[in-house]
Design a protein around this ligand. Structure first.
Ligand SMILES: C=CC1=C(C)c2cc3[nH]c(cc4nc(cc5[nH]c(cc1n2)c(C)c5CCC(=O)O)C(CCC(=O)O)=C4C)c(C)c3C=C
Ligand SMILES: [Fe+2]
Ligand SMILES: [Fe+2]
Length: 352
């Protein structure tokens, strides 16, 4: 029987023009998943941090034309995914991808309305975050539920999905070749950081970033296996997980390595890659006399990555949610004891 399928792509979102930087930041810091403090204190902190950060953030967004490319980049992924899904699904199945952004348009609530209007038989919630975090996927799943989102098959994470790993490995090898095949290369895998307190509460993000890196590293030739995992984009007064990307760059310079910096938790280009990695960290590497510094592109709509997204979407529709634990290991580890998607109260195929 022909089905009508909605695939909802979760991402963070970003301001579309300079005057929206401040309200975007305010939305971000008002999220209890980002700042755990109780109501009024969180509101006050959100007001304070967004107000004090607006100037620097607006300057950074100005370097990208005044707004974030995250929505157009996610739209390219959605278009490619729609085409890839048509190859997997029955001929008479209909599929449509919807963008669902956490802190700016198109907001989760807007995507809920759009999906309801489409009136699908099946809904798959697909985070554009390969590694689960309560601050990203967890927050989006909760927002979906809070906005009255219909029952859906939720994909929690895909830190070790084979085509996703292949996509990363290929980009790293291509970047190394484009850099002139330098000897003594160190691959720095840079992920967005998190406050330590969030990890201590049982957030699986850091663990899953490590899983991704172990798989990518194992796939690379020996001359690209020298590596370090590091964490970027610290904001606020709390202690964040480390080592920081700055520390890792300095260490690589001391060790006289050619740096290949690869984003490992972002799947598209945006402020954190185009400004932080390409400008701020490139300058830092130069200041510390790096032998070389090259940045590996984000996955974007690379065919292997889109194939990975299509495969986990189809598995979710078939019922096992694409969360087959490798060698019996739980895919959502540690203190949860079960998949955190279930914590969000969503239907999950036959998974977990
Ligand atoms: C893996 C993905 C991400 C995690 C984990 C994450 C946690 C997290 N982020 C902040 C604060 C900010 N993040 C900002 C931008 C931003 N963050 C992510 C992804 C993750 N964040 C993306 C994809 C982007 C880019 C959006 C864009 O418009 O291009 C920003 C805004 C930019 C800035 O001011 O520097 C802030 C602030 C916290 C506090 C946090 C965990 C607690
Ligand atoms: Fe962030
Ligand atoms: Fe899960």
């Amino acid at each position: 029987m022909a089905r009508r399928i909605a695939v909802v792509l979760f991402n963070l979102g970003g301001p579309d023009k300079p005057e929206n930087v401040r309200p975007f930041l305010r939305n971000l810091f008002r999220d209890p998943a980002i700042i755990g403090a109780p109501g009024l204190i969180r509101e006050a902190l959100a007001w304070f941090i967004s107000t004090t950060r607006t100037k620097e953030a607006t300057e950074n967004y100005a370097k990208m034309g005044g707004g974030s490319p995250i929505v157009p980049e996610s739209q390219k992924q959605a278009t490619a995914l729609t085409a890839a899904l048509h190859e997997h699904l029955n001929e008479d199945d209909e599929v449509r991808c919807f963008l669902s952004m956490r802190y700016w348009h198109p907001f989760v609530a807007e995507s809920v309305e759009a999906v309801k209007a489409y009136d699908p038989d099946e809904i798959v919630l697909l985070p554009l975050y390969p590694q689960f975090s309560t601050t990203t996927t967890g927050s989006s799943l909760k927002a979906w539920k809070d906005a009255g989102g219909p029952e859906a098959r939720a994909i929690c994470c895909y830190p070790e999905e084979a085509d996703f790993i292949t996509a990363h490995a290929k980009l790293i090898e291509e970047a190394w070749e484009a850099a002139g095949k330098p000897d003594d290369t160190r691959v720095l895998y840079s992920a967005h950081g998190l406050p330590e307190t969030i990890i201590k509460k049982g957030d699986s993000y850091q663990w899953q970033v490590e899983q991704t890196v172990a798989q990518v590293n194992a796939r690379l030739p020996e001359h690209l296996q020298n590596h370090e995992i590091c964490f970027q984009s610290r904001v606020g007064p709390l202690k964040w997980i480390g080592p920081s990307t700055e520390e890792a760059i300095e260490r690589a310079c001391q060790d006289d390595k050619h740096i290949l910096l690869t984003p490992i938790a972002f799947v598209s280009e945006h402020i954190e890659t185009l400004v932080e990695l390409d400008e701020e960290y490139a300058e830092l590497a130069e200041e510390h006399g790096a032998r070389g510094y090259d940045r590996v592109p984000a996955l974007g709509d690379k065919p292997d990555f889109i194939a990975a997204l299509a495969k986990i979407t189809v598995e979710a529709l078939e019922g096992d949610n694409g969360l087959k634990p490798p060698q019996g290991k739980p895919i959502c580890p540690g203190k949860f004891g079960r998949c955190p998607c279930l914590e969000a109260g969503l239907k999950q195929g036959e998974a977990a």
